[in-house]
Unconditional design. Structure first.
Length: 353
């Protein structure tokens, strides 16, 4: 079973032959095809590793050092683009021979849509509306909007953009648009747990000020245990019936949902605290997560997490660890918004060690 994770002798030989070809050939088409063969046919899209060369990503880094590619990320991008072209011609059987210079960026834009029928509609719409024999990423984006309008869906804006409504009685409905580009997973996490939907998903949430009473949710001034406002000027973000303090926290909650793990956001815990009367007190973690029987805390650090507060935060983390929470990791809020899946994958990887 363990050996199934590594290349066979035949695959190792093919891997070496492809590397030799990559270092000796400079034609773009050859490089794209050879990278695709490595990623999808040899390494099974990240499911296997080489005893001799390591992972596909390590090979990408080697090719960059050897001046074959301008950057390691280019390796995966060109393999993804070739796979997208294969899907178009073989699985969807759409003729794109009349399109000149179909760029990597255009193919990667189309790759955001995972559903084949929807992808077909978008591509055919883009081909019909193109201005010449070129097809650009912008053409794909415009076609995505036209297809969404045709299906009566909300328009797809840029990933993680916000479209506010008019504030009413201290509350405001916002839309957060999440880009679900698949990320190559080498973390060892069961791939069946990661449920990544197609294209861009729209998360609807509500922002309340500190004096507003949300319907069905305890008022901020009342006693409750989840998402307590710091003061009356605090803004509370409500998504899926849960309270959050920032859009970054909502994005992390969304990513945790997609990994199908148990988590509790912004919930008060009762624990031993020598600084409190009778040695007991309340502490709150941004996300208390249980994965494969192990507990950890994921913290989202926004602007209020200043160096001056670090001593206080370390003491708080120490209390959690004294109660058996072995992993307490902090991530910058901007990184959480930009790369939520990477943040959660890294956290879960640390949690399972």
């Amino acid at each position: 079973m363990f050996n199934d994770l590594y290349l066979s002798e035949r695959e190792e030989s093919e891997c070496k032959n492809i590397l030799d070809l990559l270092q000796n050939h400079s034609r773009n088409n050859d490089i794209d095809y050879l990278l695709w063969r490595l990623k999808y046919e040899i390494f099974a899209d990240g499911m296997k590793k080489s005893w001799r060369f390591g992972s596909f990503e390590k090979i990408c880094a080697f090719l960059h050092e050897s001046k074959v590619l301008p950057a390691p990320s280019t390796c995966s991008e060109r393999a993804w683009a070739y796979e997208e072209k294969r899907i178009i011609t073989e699985e969807m059987q759409i003729d794109i021979s009349q399109v000149n210079n179909l760029s990597v960026n255009t193919l990667l834009e189309l790759r955001r849509t995972k559903d084949l029928e929807r992808k077909r509609q978008i591509l055919l719409m883009a081909l019909d509306n193109r201005r010449n024999n070129h097809l650009t990423a912008e053409d794909i984006q415009n076609a995505e909007k036209l297809v969404a309008q045709k299906l009566g869906e909300i328009e797809n804006f840029q990933p993680q953009s916000v479209n506010p409504t008019t504030p009413t009685e201290g509350r405001q409905t916002l839309y957060l648009h999440i880009d679900n580009m698949a990320v190559n997973d080498e973390s060892g996490i069961d791939p069946d747990l990661l449920q990544t939907p197609s294209g861009t998903e729209v998360l609807e949430f509500t922002v309340f000020n500190g004096t507003t009473i949300p319907d069905g949710i305890a008022a901020p001034q009342e006693i409750h245990n989840q998402g307590i406002p710091f003061n009356l000027n605090s803004q509370i973000y409500v998504w899926q019936g849960l309270r959050f303090r920032s859009k970054a926290e909502i994005v992390i909650a969304y990513a945790l949902d997609r990994f199908s793990v148990f988590y509790m956001p912004n919930c008060l815990a009762r624990l031993n605290d020598p600084q409190k009367p009778k040695g007991r007190g309340n502490k709150e973690a941004d996300f208390l997560v249980c994965y494969q029987g192990k507990w950890g805390i994921l913290e989202v650090d926004g602007p209020h997490h200043t160096p001056e507060r670090r001593v206080e935060e370390q003491e708080r983390e120490r209390l959690f660890r004294l109660h058996g929470i072995g992993v307490v990791e902090r991530y910058d809020s901007e990184k959480c918004k930009a790369e939520p899946f990477k943040v959660v994958k890294q956290f879960l990887q640390l949690l399972r060690l």
